[in-house]
Ligand binder design. Structure first.
Ligand code: COA
Length: 410
């Protein structure tokens, strides 16, 4: 039977920093970030956005035209958790008005937990085809100021409706996997910024790719040439280039022209290049980028590599469904990205340094331009979320926005 992705949408915060600006302030050659890392911009969430509001925004759009009563389970993947006990998905469940019989869990294994959600969702709908699952992946990628990781920050969320009527991509249940205990990237509970051994993490990523691919071949018997396009986990888009050349070499395709190999990944990089890293969401934002960037993928097989530091990796595959272009949210994504506002370096640094209170006091967050949900404040250690009533196409309020950002500079 068929099962897979019926709908996919992502959300990126309304603010970004141009990496040329960051390079100037860090005394780096802009080409190191633009070409060496393959990143142009990085998304910056204001204080009234977090993994819940970003996830709810992505899911709101992905659920357009889907009967919420059919959602059996919400699987929320993140490595930017806001609570050690309560699943962030429960807030999203409430904000979206999902039925009380719909379950909600949070999943963790670095950037790979979104794929754990997808695999669990596939198993669920294959067993009970009348049900749907909603996978939401949402993260804020945050490294120390002035560290090598700083230009690979970003934030965003993606939501996938998984069902037995996959209008976009039918995913195979067979996949390859690989797990190894390594310390390439981690974030102890007491830290807000991740710690990363960057160069080592790239090596482990490539080793995990080899091993997950080998297992995938054992499970499916497929070859490199059976796949028309490839999507990779994207901590920065240049990583996909490294990964794809690595896989091509491993499978005896290393001598193929560079342009031919790059054409197999290029469309998947467009969104991530301007959103930045979004950890659990980044692979699937890449998948949305691919589907929305090419109109003739009907019936084509995709290779999908998921990597989560620490580490766990999975190699998945699926076939793009006939007529998929009619079920995408490309216009919505284009408008969201086009309307974003650029921050100066000082504005970015001020937002970075902003911290929510941890003493339980009542606190109202400044009102920034967000999507349809915002973190209104905190009280007695409880997060308070609110819905924003506005038309889908209502434009951003540029002046009010500038005032809100300036408030953080004061
Ligand atoms: N023009 C073009 N390219 C340039 C350049 C310039 N002026 N200056 C440097 N580069 C290239 C380098 O040659 C290098 O390319 P290579 O990887 O092909 O060798 C690339 O830009 C990055 O430069 P490097 O000196 O390696 O950067 P760095 O030491 O500052 O760190 C990361 C890069 C990715 C390790 C760092 O950003 C990081 O730790 N990121 C977070 C971790 C991560 O994302 N891990 C991935 C696995 S999940």
């Amino acid at each position: 039977m068929k099962a897979g992705i019926e709908s996919i949408s992502f959300y990126a915060p309304h603010y970004f920093v141009d990496l040329r600006t960051l390079a100037r302030r860090r005394g780096a050659d802009p080409d190191k970030f633009l070409k060496g890392l393959g990143q142009e911009k990085m998304g910056v969430p204001p204080p009234d956005e977090d993994i819940v509001t970003m996830g709810a925004n992505a899911a709101r759009q992905a659920l357009t035209g889907v009967d919420p009563a059919t959602i059996d389970t919400l699987l929320f993947a993140t490595e930017s958790g806001i609570d050690q006990s309560k699943a962030a998905g429960i807030y999203v469940h409430h904000l979206l008005g999902l039925p009380s019989r719909c379950k909600a869990y949070e999943l963790k294994q670095a950037c790979c937990s979104s794929t754990a959600g997808v695999l669990a969702a596939l198993a669920l709908v294959r067993q009970e085809p009348h049900k749907r699952a909603l996978v939401v992946a949402s993260d804020v990628a945050r490294y120390g100021l002035g560290t090598p990781g700083e230009p690979t920050q970003g934030a965003g969320a993606v939501a996938l409706v998984i069902s037995a009527t996959p209008k976009l991509v039918a995913l195979d249940i067979e996949h390859g996997s690989y797990t190894e205990d390594v310390m390439d990237f981690w974030r102890p509970n007491y830290r807000e910024e991740a710690l990363v051994d960057g160069k080592y993490s790239i090596k482990v990523y490539l080793r995990a790719l080899s091993e997950a691919w080998r297992d995938y071949v054992r499970q499916t018997g497929r070859r490199f040439e059976d796949h028309a396009r490839f999507c990779y986990h994207l901590p920065f888009t240049r990583m996909a280039e490294k990964a794809h050349l690595h896989l091509a070499k491993l499978t005896g395709h290393g001598e193929e022209p560079y342009e031919t190999l790059m054409a197999q990944i290029e469309s998947s990089l467009r969104y991530n290049r301007v959103v930045g890293n979004s950890y659990t969401a980044s692979l699937y934002i890449g998948l949305a980028s691919l589907l929305e960037g090419e109109r003739d993928l009907d019936g084509q097989r995709l290779g999908i590599f998921s990597y989560g530091s620490g580490c766990m990796a999975a190699y998945l595959s699926g076939v793009v469904q006939k007529g998929y272009t009619a079920h995408l949210h490309a216009d919505h994504h284009k408008r969201m990205l086009d309307e974003r506002v650029e921050l100066s370096f000082e504005e970015y640094a001020a937002l970075y340094e902003h911290h929510l209170p941890t003493d339980g006091s009542a606190y109202e967050t400044a009102r920034h331009e967000t999507g349809f949900f915002r973190l209104a404040g905190l009280n007695e250690h409880k997060r308070i979320y609110e819905k924003i009533e506005r038309a889908d196409s209502e434009p951003a309020h540029a002046e009010a926005e500038r005032k809100a950002i300036a408030g953080h500079l004061a």
